[in-house]
Design a protein around this ligand. Structure first.
Ligand code: E4P
Length: 217
């Protein structure tokens, strides 16, 4: 499973990128707002650092507006993925932009039927939002499973980008189901390294090591 980082925080991306943990980045208008940076400036910086796809989201509501904004955002760098919402207008924009050979991430997907339409419209990535479904007491992971089955049934090449990931369990379950990509906040990716038994075991080893009175260096 590829790891995308869901943030516009350049320093956080750099830390994970140095460890080889970053296959791409996703941003959205809320994350740009949180960064306090200019969208083009911060996206250019991210694109220069990360070799993989970097999603930048359009904000127009009509297809022509999304297409114009998408083409403008694509000028930032070759690895820009244009993010459009899963509306009828977004699907139209997806078809035009993907026919132009651009990478398109169709976002705000909450149903398998929406994902089916995005694949038909040539999306490079479909972004089903797990956490926001869970927030409503629905099963976000079930949606990932449904989309995996549908895409595999018909050999769609659209990649499933599990989004709105809130926990390390989301990461594990997305990987078990076979999501192509998961995009997660830096804190969730870092939390994957943690385990209470690792901490406990390390503590015991260090206490015993102290008793030996030895040094390695
Ligand atoms: C995905 O591309 C979105 O930016 C993101 O995953 C949304 O996550 P949230 O529901 O935690 O805001």
């Amino acid at each position: 499973m590829k790891f995308f980082v869901d943030t516009a925080d350049v320093e956080a991306i750099a830390e994970l990128n140095d460890l080889g943990m970053v296959d791409g980045v996703t941003t959205n208008p809320s994350l740009i707002m949180k960064s306090g940076r200019d969208i083009k400036e911060v996206t250019r910086e991210i694109c220069a650092m990360v070799a993989g796809p970097v999603s930048a989201e359009t904000v127009a509501l009509d297809a022509d507006g999304m297409i114009a904004e998408g083409r403008e955002l694509a000028k930032i760098a070759d690895n820009i993925t244009i993010k459009v919402p899963l509306t009828w207008a977004g699907l139209k924009a997806c078809k035009v932009l993907s026919d132009e050979g651009r990478m398109v991430n169709v976002t705000l997907c909450f149903s398998a039927n929406q994902a089916l339409l995005a694949a038909k419209a040539g999306a490079t990535f479909i972004s089903p939002f797990i956490g926001r479904l869970d927030d409503l007491n629905l099963d976000g992971m079930e949606l990932i499973e449904e989309i995996r089955t549908i895409y595999d049934n018909y050999d769609f090449r659209t990649e499933i980008l599990a989004a709105s990931i809130r926990s390390v369990n989301h990461m594990k379950e997305a990987a078990l189901i076979g999501a192509d990509v998961a995009t997660a906040p830096p804190a969730v990716i870092k939390a994957m390294a943690g385990h209470v038994l690792t901490d406990k075991g390390l503590d015991a080893f260090l206490k015993d090591w102290e008793k030996t009175g030895q040094k390695i260096l």
